[in-house]
Design a protein around this ligand. Sequence first.
Ligand code: NAD
Length: 255
Amino acid sequence: MDDAHALVAAAGRIVVLTGAGISTDSGIPDFRGPQGVWTKDPAAQRSSDIRHYVADPEVRRQVWRTRMASPAWTAQPNPGHLAIVDLERQSPSGSRSGEHSRLHTLVTQNIDGLHQRAGSDPALVVELHGTMRQIQCLSCGERSAAETVYERVRAGDDDPSCLSCGGILKSATVSFGQQLVAADLERAWQAAAACNLLLAVGSSLTVSPANALVDVAAAAGAPVVIVNAEPTPYDDLAAAVVRRPISEVLPALVR
Ligand code: NAD
């Protein structure tokens, strides 16, 4: 913890990479942690694959039902999310107050929108895996607020289609088998290459290409600090690893 704190304190251009683990203390389960959705029910992974989603209306019906019942709709940010807002408000030493933020970019794999709810500047957030708060047509690309589609589902349309073109609707998230938005990936890549510290929080660092941001930062000479309850494949590469609860560690780390 002392090493991690010293590294964070010394860095003026920090990229934070977050994963599902930062939101578990807000009541949203992760996928691969001990209480994770896939740890408890490995078959649930099937519904996260775009091929099954497109091919099977029953998968879509189940996904709409599950998503509507997600704790993420009512979840509140926790001290981990708020610590990143604190970091954003700090200026690098030597710069005039308010001139820059020590937080260069916040790259998240999360789809829950809790960073923005906590007060993170949306302009600094890259949602690498999209957002559950919007719905997108897989054919014409039209987007709408999630609530408008969930109203249709609640009214009995259990596999709603696009009102403009009849295409399949899906939350604006990136499922397995789908491409990431190229501009988002490029921005995250550039940020990792330009940072002087990468702080990876609450991610098993097993999902590609998000985990490759750690390689990019390390290759550019930036120290990597990992905060995660369980070991990750990147622990050996990290300058410091803190295996403690995020909502305790992060506020202390940015203080
Ligand atoms: P993951 O489930 O693979 O790994 C989460 C990691 O966080 C685990 O290693 C776990 O031990 C750790 N963790 C959980 N709670 C913690 C806590 N309170 N303190 C410290 N460590 C904790 O998550 P991932 O690497 O983000 O990959 C999963 C994918 O699932 C992502 O692509 C993401 O889009 C998606 N997902 C998102 C959400 C969300 O938006 N909240 C929730 C579940 C899954």
